[in-house]
Design a protein. Structure first.
Length: 131
């Protein structure tokens, strides 16, 4: 059951570390490039254009929302001083509960990493097996 918002401790962060955003961007780029590994001929270019556009939109919209929030947040000075190791060791405040920074990073990155790496493996196998 979720906890009610209470006083924040010094090791509690309400925002993701900037390195998490960079990892997400890298994983989306890997996913998009993996989709290009299935390119053959015909209507594939149209599908790849849509996948690429979806990848760009999936990164740009959250990036812009994060940038706007950062520019209008009073917490940005305190949270920006944390190193990635300190952020992982601290607590991450969600709307339901507090998670450890490590659990929050794994929860966020694992699905995207699984899809990106899986698509890369499928593209490699496709290239090796397809005539």
């Amino acid at each position: 059951m979720g906890k009610l918002a209470g006083p924040r401790h010094d090791d509690t962060s309400a925002e993701l570390h900037p390195l998490i955003y960079r990892i997400v961007i890298g994983l989306v780029a890997l996913w998009t490039l993996s989709a290009w590994g299935f390119a053959k001929h015909g209507y594939t270019s149209l599908v790849l254009a849509v996948v690429t556009l979806f990848g760009i939109i999936a990164v740009l919209i959250p990036f812009e929302l994060w940038r706007i929030w950062r520019n209008h947040s009073e917490e940005r000075l305190r949270d920006s001083a944390l190193s990635f190791r300190e952020w992982l060791a601290g607590e991450f405040d969600t709307w339901q509960e507090q998670l450890s920074g490590t659990d929050a990073a794994i929860t966020l990155l694992l699905p995207l990493a699984a899809v990106s790496i899986g698509a890369l493996i499928f593209a490699i196998v496709f290239r090796l097996v397809a005539p």
